[in-house]
Design a protein around this ligand. Structure first.
Ligand SMILES: Nc1nc2c(ncn2[C@@H]2O[C@H](COP(=O)(O)OP(=O)(O)OP(=O)(O)O)[C@@H](O)[C@H]2O)c(=O)[nH]1
Ligand SMILES: [Mg+2]
Length: 469
């Protein structure tokens, strides 16, 4: 996938403005770079059908596969393949679209792309096909984002979640809530038109009840959205602790493969060793670090510095210890002073097979969540997985859709405005102010699905797509 930063010279990808007026024809290689059995060049816009017919040497019947030699603008053959035509508006972008399936080599596909560009198409910007689908009302903004999330999903559950968002599950939840807010606003604004009957109107519209109902649904949507963000983004986990306690052994155990070198020599690991895995569908980026100790060796000192740095920034920190040795309260306290907050900390008492104590979870006397396990035998590792999910606030796969931080921020903004509206309500006599706050709720919710979005935001979202999407 080729992803490029936004180009300051191209007009920002925009809702109505740039997109709707952009009636030129765009083309790009839609398959991943490299070699493959098949590669696809996608063309969208008013010239697409003509260009496709010209390349294939014959008119293309809608939605039927046409096998043909593909020729460049001088009539030279460049490949043989399948051409597919999707006349608008029943296409992905809503415009006329042609997809040329050629052989999946980078040179062949560049020749095929050139054959389209020489006939009047221009190279598409990253995400421009999806942007056009958004502009033409084929997808809302949350769905468009889900296209990118599906492509980038790091686990099966994340892929399924992204598909649910793409199918509109998340958007519908947002729209439903928005509709309720709108109904409430209608009552409040009616009250503004008949000021002398303010109170009756508000009572008749059961405004209080509606507000309570909407608030409850906000909670539930925010909870699901947080799960969706975890499912999409995952969390970072750091393994830290004194030398030789089994950090690398635990990394290998969790990753299910020998990622880091394990020896009985203290100070084996010096660099950061990273592995990507998924715990019940939540992507985890876990990093093993150098054992924390004072050292004269500059290489090891740098390793220890990086270990502390990871502890300060990870979402969940696993502090490993040997279960045969008393917990090192001083080390935990020291990490806390350096910015590790206890809510992110799990103490792991490793080598339970040697200490003989039962594996499992408990809370230590200093209040730190603790798991006793054996990285060697695997006993107690399930309990650790549960503890990590709990620390991350991940409820397990379920039927979660994926979501983004941007959506959480918009929900929070909407929620604040809703709370302000609720606070004004008992005062009774200020429907204008209440309506104003409800309008703000509507605006924030609308920004999730792209009903009201700044050009800048759209540019940022679509430019992070890969080319050809
Ligand atoms: N019996 C037993 N031995 C273990 C266990 N976990 C690790 N070990 C052994 O302890 C030694 C150190 O393990 P490592 O995984 O290299 O420890 P580390 O914390 O990464 O060590 P450094 O990289 O030096 O900081 C090795 O000999 C491991 O086989 C365990 O649960 N039980
Ligand atoms: Mg190690």
């Amino acid at each position: 996938m080729v992803s490029t930063p936004p180009d300051p010279d191209t007009p920002s990808a925009g809702g109505a403005p740039s997109g709707a007026l952009d009636r030129d024809t765009i083309a790009a290689v839609a398959t991943a770079p490299g070699m493959g059995g098949i590669g696809v060049v996608r063309i969208s816009g008013p010239l697409a059908l003509g260009i496709g017919a010209d390349i294939a040497g014959r008119p293309l019947a809608p939605r039927l596969a046409t096998y043909a030699p593909f020729v460049d603008a001088r009539g030279e053959p460049v490949d043989h393949g399948i051409a597919l035509a999707f006349p608008g508006p029943g296409s992905f972008t809503g415009e006329d679209v042609v997809e040329l399936q050629g052989h999946g080599g980078p040179v062949v596909l560049q020749l095929l792309l050139a054959a389209a560009v020489d006939r009047g198409a221009r190279l598409a910007r990253p995400g421009e096909f999806t942007e056009r689908a958004f502009v033409n009302g084929k997808l809302d903004l949350a769905q468009a984002e889900a296209v990118a999330d599906l492509i980038a999903s790091a686990s099966e559950a994340a892929a399924r979640g992204a598909l649910r968002s793409l199918e509109g599950q998340f958007s519908r939840a947002v729209d439903d809530l928005d509709r309720s807010v709108l109904e409430l606003r209608v009552f409040v604004e009616a009250a503004m038109d008949f000021p002398e009957e303010d109170e009756d109107f508000l009572r008749e519209g059961r405004v209080d009840e509606r507000l309570a109902d909407i608030t409850g649904r906000f909670e539930s949507l925010a909870r699901h959205t947080r799960q969706g963000v975890l499912l999409r983004d995952g969390i970072a986990v750091a393994l830290v602790g004194p030398p030789n306690v089994g950090k690398s052994s635990l990394l290998n155990r969790l990753a299910g493969q020998e990622r880091a070198i394990v020896t009985d020599i203290p100070g084996t690991t010096r660099d950061l060793v990273q592995a990507d895995l998924s715990l019940d569908g939540m992507p985890i980026q876990i990093v093993d670090t150098a054992g924390l100790r004072d050292s004269d060796d500059p290489v090891e000192r740098e390793g220890v510095r990086r270990a502390r740095d990871q502890a300060a920034r990870a979402d969940v920190v696993l502090l490993l210890e040997d279960d045969r040795v008393e917990p090192d309260r001083a080390l935990a306290a020291e990490l806390e002073t350096a910015g590790l907050d206890r809510a992110r900390l799990v103490r792991v008492r490793n080598k339970a097979d040697l200490s003989g104590a039962p594996p499992g979870r408990h809370v230590d006397d200093d209040g730190v969540a603790t798991v006793r396990l054996s990285a060697l035998t695997g006993a107690g590792v399930d309990a650790l997985v549960d503890a990590i999910k709990e620390k991350a606030g991940f409820a397990g796969e379920g039927t979660t859709f994926t979501a983004r931080q941007r959506h959480l921020a918009a929900l929070a903004e909407a929620r604040e405005a809703l709370d302000r509206a609720a606070a004004l309500m008992p005062a009774g006599g200020a429907p204008e102010l209440v309506a104003e706050e409800l309008r703000a709720v509507h605006g924030a919710l609308g920004s999730i699905v792209g009903a009201v979005s700044a050009d800048e935001l759209l540019g940022e979202i679509f430019s992070s797509f890969c080319i050809g999407k």
